[in-house]
Design a protein. Structure first.
Length: 157
C-alpha cells in the first residue's frame, strides 16, 4: 500500500541519437537524448564531452549538480519564509567531483557555494544556521551516497 506522503515522478527518455546510426562504433555514435515530462518543456542532453558527448548540451552530471543546488535553495527559501527571514537574493555556484573507476565511476563530493542576501536588519546568525537545516531537509541531498557540503555566504542588503 502506498504511503500517503509518497510523491511520484515520471519522465520519458528517448535516445534521439539513434537517428544518426546505431552503436556499431564506440567513437562515432551520437549520445544525444531527449527527456519528456508531461506538461513541461522537454530537455535535450548528451554525455559529458569527456565521454564523447555534445559540449553544447546538458549532461547527467550537470543535471545532478543543478538538482542538488536547486533543492538546497528551495529548502532554504522555504525555511527562511517559515521563520520570517526575508531573502532578497540567492545565487549558488555548485562544484562536483566525479571519479572514474573501471568502466563506471561515482561522484565523491559536491560543494555548494550559496550566496544569500537578506533584507536589512535580518538575523544573520540564524540565516547562516538555516543552511544546515536546509541540507538536512533537502530530498535530493538525502538521496545520494556521497557528501554534499555547503560553504555559504550570508549578508544583509
Amino acid at each position: 500500500m502506498p504511503h500517503p506522503k509518497d510523491h511520484h515522478y515520471q519522465a520519458k527518455l528517448t535516445w534521439t541519437g539513434a537517428a544518426a546510426g546505431g552503436t556499431a562504433d564506440y567513437k562515432s555514435y551520437s549520445r544525444e537524448y531527449r527527456a519528456d515530462f508531461e506538461g513541461k518543456p522537454s530537455l535535450t542532453g548528451s554525455a559529458d564531452p569527456a565521454f564523447r558527448g555534445d559540449p553544447k548540451l546538458h549532461n547527467p552530471e550537470d543535471l545532478l549538480l543543478v538538482a542538488l543546488s536547486s533543492c538546497h535553495m528551495l529548502s532554504y527559501l522555504a525555511l527562511a519564509a517559515l521563520e520570517g527571514l526575508e531573502v532578497v537574493a540567492y545565487a549558488d555556484e555548485a562544484a562536483g567531483t566525479m571519479q572514474q573507476e573501471g568502466r563506471g565511476g561515482r561522484f565523491t563530493e559536491v560543494v555548494l557555494h550559496p550566496r544569500v542576501t537578506l533584507a536589512p536588519g535580518s538575523d544573520l546568525e540564524r540565516a547562516e544556521a538555516l543552511h544546515e537545516e536546509a541540507h538536512a531537509t533537502c530530498f535530493i541531498a538525502n538521496s545520494v551516497n556521497f557528501p554534499v557540503r555547503h560553504d555559504a555566504t550570508v549578508a544583509c542588503a
